[in-house]
Write a protein that binds this ligand. Structure first.
Ligand SMILES: [Zn+2]
Ligand SMILES: [Zn+2]
Length: 379
């Protein structure tokens, strides 16, 4: 842990010369002790805090790293090189790449690779141009099969998210590579994704105070998105509720669930603190033509988000129908309903530009390049 300051200093020194780079912790889903790095393309300078080991440029080159408390042991083609606080592999040109294997998974990465150890856990950090990172994220998060215009929407969202959230500063990097931050498993080879990222290069979404917004999204809003205070507590102006017709015919637009009436009543009794007989005496039917925050019956109300999490419902956008010994919920949409509706965005992007899609789902925001945001922030 004591070495973290030093590691942070080394990394920030490198970053200060290129503000567009981002640091991603790799293989972060599991605790890693050992990793192998294989040559793939180009040339990499290999060095540590006190030694230079030369260039990694041979197709058979393999460097192994192993955590050793707060240090890292390195082996080049089987030969022990010693233990150091950190090691780095710096690329010579942009298309250079290495293959990293944790013994189970092998992935290809561009950018620089930094290795250090925190309390016996090996940290593998990929220092990479933010656009190249975003390409990998779109591949990991959205997958293949979407239109160029929709990938542009995803590119701006992922790029903004990466700058909004920096959850791993304490560990010496910005984001991890799994669902906790954004799924990123290395180089993207899909041409449409590369084109989308290049066409929107550096573009991000900021609010009126030039803050990178929290680009929340969900699968399908069911026809209306939800304002953030209905789901959490804080109201965010850039995520106002909007009407959305683009998602109405998509796969997650509708759902239905049947629940036994006694289970329903028991839950309401617990939430309201009223006896089962008091709850039972009320009319339990409920309609939601427009999004509401509460399920209301008689003089009582229960937050829709609480009902959703208790019964694992697809959304909070549902009506309640009392049919004797059962309750039928007729629902719309899938997900929390805040921000971009993905299925709506996919349809909208067929006839609209990515900028129109972003402004439809996010309100009071501007789309601008990172460099411009950083420049304005100086004043
Ligand atoms: Zn994370
Ligand atoms: Zn929608």
């Amino acid at each position: 842990m004591k070495n973290l300051f030093l590691i942070g200093f080394i990394i920030s020194l490198a970053l200060s010369f290129n503000a567009k780079e981002i640091r991603v912790g790799l293989f972060e889903k599991v605790n890693i002790k050992k990793v192998d790095i294989f040559y793939n393309i180009g040339r990499f300078e290999f060095y540590s805090e006190s030694e230079t080991y030369g260039i990694m440029s041979n197709k058979n080159d393999k460097i192994s790293f192993e955590s050793n408390n707060d240090k890292v042991k390195a082996y080049m083609n089987g030969k022990y090189l010693g233990d150091q606080i950190w090691f780095r592999l710096d690329y010579r040109s942009e298309n250079n790449s290495v293959i990293i294997s944790n013994g189970k998974k092998k992935r290809k990465y561009k950018g620089n690779i930094i290795l250090y150890s925190i309390n016996g856990e090996l940290k593998i950090v990929n220092e990479i141009n933010i656009d190249k990172y975003v390409e990998g994220v779109i591949k990991g998060e959205a997958g293949y099969g979407y239109s160029l215009e929709y990938y542009k929407v995803q590119a701006v969202i992922s790029r903004t998210y990466a700058l909004h959230y920096q959850k791993h500063k304490q560990e010496g990097f910005d984001l991890c590579d799994h669902t906790h931050c954004q799924v990123y498993d290395g180089i993207n080879y899909k041409k449409t994704i590369t084109q989308a990222v290049e066409a929107t290069s550096e573009e991000v979404l900021v609010d009126s105070s030039l803050t990178y917004i929290n680009t929340l999204f969900h699968s399908n809003c069911g026809g209306q998105t939800v304002s953030t205070d209905f789901v959490w507590s804080k109201k965010l102006e850039c995520m106002e509720s909007i009407m959305d017709t683009f998602c109405l015919n998509s796969s997650q637009a509708k759902w239905k669930k049947t629940i036994s009436k006694i289970t329903w009543i028991q839950f309401l009794s617990k939430k309201t603190g009223k006896s089962i007989s008091v709850v039972k005496s009320n009319d339990l039917n409920f309609n939601q033509f427009q999004r509401k925050e509460f399920y209301e019956f008689g003089n009582y109300k229960v937050r829709l988000v609480d009902i959703r999490s208790n019964f694992r419902l697809k959304s909070t956008y549902f009506s309640v129908h009392d049919i004797g010994d059962k309750i039928i919920l007729i629902g719309r949409g899938y997900g929390h309903g805040v921000g971009l509706c993905q299925e709506g965005g996919i349809v909208m992007a067929k006839t609209h530009t990515y900028k129109e899609v972003l402004h439809h789902y996010y309100k009071n925001v501007s789309i601008m390049p990172i460099s411009k945001v950083e420049y304005y922030k100086l004043f």
